[in-house]
Design a binder for this molecule. Structure first.
Ligand SMILES: [Zn+2]
Length: 314
């Protein structure tokens, strides 16, 4: 990848291996986890990475398994035989993968487990908890009603990833593994400072603010988390902000690599909301920005104008 991608290449690489690696590599990542992510990326480097695909789940699952097998330091991730990985991932397709318990024990032993007394979960636990969750997309508004049965669990993303990985590793040779190289992605956070930071959906452009309603001046992607910070130093997450969309927006606005670290500046940052595809171009998906010249963009009364339009007043 070029060091100075265009907006188009930022969209094209929105599902690339190096972006997926950066989502797994927070600044606080332990060294043994970084090594596990790099080895998993090496094994998957030749696998096709397609737009909207679930290859990120495979990278995450393989990294967690490699970590569970090497966190004690007796072996390095590249010492774990491919056949051992295959055997750990193979199993009945109608139940959750057997590696879940082993990974949970390893994370706890490594100080990355769930701690009910802590306000925020360690990043590795957060990564694990997302991919092994059997309730993704099942906890809708209806489940909040008292008289409705809670939703039944479904297959976790890790279940499908384990099956695909075991198939992939069946035909994968040790020679292929030795010759592969992973992208050079360091653990670290990416911060973007901007005069104006907005969340883009198809019908709204909303200025990102802190919980006390001050405009956000900085957004930061750090492994699996994304936060915004106002001029008064209030830092918080936001339900429409995630690190993948933030990194794609940063690459569009500043030309940095998707997996970059450090602090960068830009005048305006438009981040596509979480529920939309990462590769979405704000200028293509938002009806206001689609107008030939959009005079209301950049003005503070935009929310009111959008609301009037949606309500049919105009
Ligand atoms: Zn604030």
């Amino acid at each position: 990848m070029s060091d100075v991608p265009t907006a188009e290449s930022a969209a094209q690489s929105a599902y690339d291996l190096d972006l997926e690696m950066s989502l797994l590599l927070p600044s606080s990542a332990p060294g043994r986890w970084v090594a596990a992510v790099h080895e998993a990326a090496r094994i998957l480097a030749t696998r096709p990475w397609v737009r909207g695909g679930r290859a990120g789940d495979e990278l995450c699952t393989l990294a967690l398994l490699l970590f569970a097998r090497t966190y004690t330091g007796e072996r390095q991730p590249h010492d774990v035989p491919t056949t051992e990985l295959h055997d750990a991932l193979a199993g009945p397709a109608d139940r959750e993968p057997q590696i879940v318990d082993e990974i949970e024990l390893a994370l706890t032993a490594a100080g990355q487990g769930y701690d009910p007394t802590s306000v925020s979960a360690p990043p590795l636990w957060r990564i694990f908890n997302t991919i092994r969750s059997q309730y993704g997309g099942r906890l809708g508004a209806s489940s909040l009603a008292d008289d409705i049965e809670p939703p039944a669990p479904g297959p976790s993303p890790m279940r499908g990833a384990a099956q695909r990985l075991s198939q992939f590793l069946t035909g994968y040779s040790d020679q292929e593994r030795r010759q592969a190289t992973a992208p050079d992605v360091q653990a670290g956070s990416l911060s973007i400072e901007a005069e104006r930071i907005q969340i883009v959906t198809t019908n709204s452009l909303v200025r990102l603010c802190c919980p006390e309603d001050h405009p956000a001046r900085v957004v930061r992607a750090d492994g699996p988390s994304a936060t915004r910070e106002c001029a008064q130093g209030h830092v918080a997450e936001h339900w429409q902000l995630d690190p993948a969309h933030l990194r794609v927006a940063a690459a569009r606005a500043t030309g940095v690599r998707l997996s970059s670290q450090g602090t960068h500046q830009t005048q305006e940052l438009m981040i596509v909301a979480v529920g939309m595809p990462r590769h979405s171009d704000p200028n293509q998906v938002n009806w206001v920005l689609q107008q030939p010249d959009h005079p209301i963009v950049g003005r503070d009364d935009i929310i009111e104008q959008v609301r009037r339009k949606v309500d049919g007043v105009d």
